[in-house]
Design a protein around this ligand. Structure first.
Ligand code: FAD
Length: 289
C-alpha cells in the first residue's frame, strides 16, 4: 500500500511512531514485543525515529523499518535527520534504504545541540528533501510541521512560509508535532490552506504517561499544556494508573474531535507502549469508517 493511495481513500489514516529501544544493539527482542503488540492495531504505517547524531554505524532505524516491512507486512517510514549528516553519509543511508525496499522517508533537520557545530551540507529539512528528490525521485518524502510553530521560528507566518518551502521542495505529506489543544491544530490547518499548502496533514497525538516526562518533552518542543490537562497532571501525578487512564481519555477525546473535524490522519506517538495504542484503537477505529 502506498501513502498516496491511503490519503486518496478519504478515510482518516491511523499511523504509529516507535523509537529504537536503548538496548537495541544488545538484541532486537524488545522491538519484536512492541511490534507484536502494535500489529493488531492495523496501522496504515509505522514510522521509526532516527537519532540526530549522524552516526553511520547505528543502523537500528533501517533494521527496524525492514522488520516492520518484512515480518509484519506494514508500510514503514524511516525518519532521517540531516543536521549532523554529510552528503556522503546521506548517500550511504539512501542506498541502504533502497536495498531494503524502504521507499518512505520522514526528512528532518534534527535539533541543533548547544555547543555542537552542525554539519554544513544541509541547513534545513527542505535542503535534505531537495537533495533526495534530485538523487532518487522514487522516494516518497514526508516532513514535520508544528501547529504551535517551531521554537526556532520567529513567528507563525514565517513558520508556515518555511513549511511551504518544504512542500515545494518535495514533501508530499506532513506529520505534526504533538499538541494538546485541537484549536491550535485547526488554526494551523487554516494557515496552511491560506498559504496554499495542500498535502495531507496528520495530527500528532501523544498520550501522556507521566508528568515529568511530558514537562521535559514540552520544554524541548515548545508545545503548550492547556489548563484542563494541567489540572489532570497535578491531580493524579502520584497515582500512575489514574494518570494513565485520565490521559488516555484525554487523547481519545482529542481524536474524536479531530475525526469529527475531518482530519487527514492521526499519528500516535506510541512511546513503544502497545497497550495504550490498543486502548485508543478500540474506541477510534469504528469512527474512521
Ligand atoms: P526544519 O524544517 O528545517 O525547520 C527548522 C526551523 O528552520 C524552523 O524554525 C523553520 O521555520 C526554519 N526553516 C525551515 N526551512 C527553512 C528555510 N528554507 N529557510 C529558513 N528557515 C527555514 N528529531 C530527531 O532527531 N529524530 C527524529 O526521528 C525526529 N522525528 C520527528 C518527527 C516528527 C513528526 C516531528 C514533528 C519532529 C521530529 N523530530 C525528530 C524533531 C525535529 O528534528 C526537530 O523539531 C527539529 O528542530 C526541526 O526539524 P524540521 O525537520 O522540522 O526542521
Amino acid at each position: 500500500m502506498d501513502l498516496k493511495k491511503i490519503f486518496e481513500s478519504k478515510r482518516p489514516c491511523f499511523s504509529l511512531e516507535i523509537f529504537p529501544p536503548k538496548d537495541y544493539q544488545g538484541g532486537v527482542e524488545t522491538i519484536y514485543e512492541t511490534l507484536d503488540g502494535l500489529k493488531a492495531v492495523r496501522p496504515e504505517f509505522i514510522s521509526c525515529t532516527y537519532g540526530a547524531g549522524g552516526n553511520l554505524a547505528d543502523s537500528s532505524t533501517i533494521e527496524i523499518c525492514s522488520i516492520i516491512k518484512e515480518k509484519y507486512g506494514i508500510l514503514p517510514i524511516s525518519h532521517l535527520t540531516c543536521v549532523n549528516n554529510s552528503k556522503e553519509n546521506i548517500d550511504v543511508i539512501l542506498e541502504q534504504l533502497k536495498a531494503n525496499g524502504i521507499m518512505n522517508i520522514l526528512a528532518l533537520r534534527g535539533d541543533l545541540k548547544p555547543g555542537q557545530e552542525p554539519q554544513k551540507d544541509f541547513a534545513h529539512a527542505s535542503d535534505l528533501i531537495s537533495y533526495i528528490k534530485e538523487k532518487e525521485p522514487g522516494f516518497f518524502i514526508s516532513g514535520a510541521c508544528y501547529p504551535e510553530g517551531h521554537p526556532d521560528s520567529g513567528d507563525l507566518i514565517t513558520d508556515v512560509l518555511d513549511l511551504k518551502k518544504k512542500v515545494e521542495c518535495g514533501a508530499e505529506h506532513l506529520i505534526s508535532q504533538l499538541f494538546f489543544n485541537n484549536e491550535d491544530f485547526y488554526r494551523f490547518r487554516d494557515r496552511c490552506e491560506l498559504a496554499g499548502i495542500n498535502v495531507p496533514i496528520e495530527a500528532g497525538i501523544m498520550p501522556v504517561t507521566s508528568k515529568q516526562s511530558i514537562l521535559r518533552m514540552v520544554s524541548m518542543c515548545g508545545a503548550s499544556i492547556p489548563a484542563k490537562l494541567s489540572k489532570i497532571l497535578n491531580r493524579f501525578e502520584d497515582k500512575p494508573k489514574a494518570l494513565e487512564e485520565a490521559c488516555i481519555a484525554y487523547a481519545i477525546d482529542q481524536m474524536i474531535d479531530l475525526i469529527s473535524n475531518e482530519v487527514d490522519g492521526i499519528h500516535l506517538y506510541t512511546m513503544n507502549k502497545p497497550y495504550i495504542a490498543h486502548r485508543i484503537f478500540e474506541v477510534i477505529d469504528p469512527m474512521r469508517e
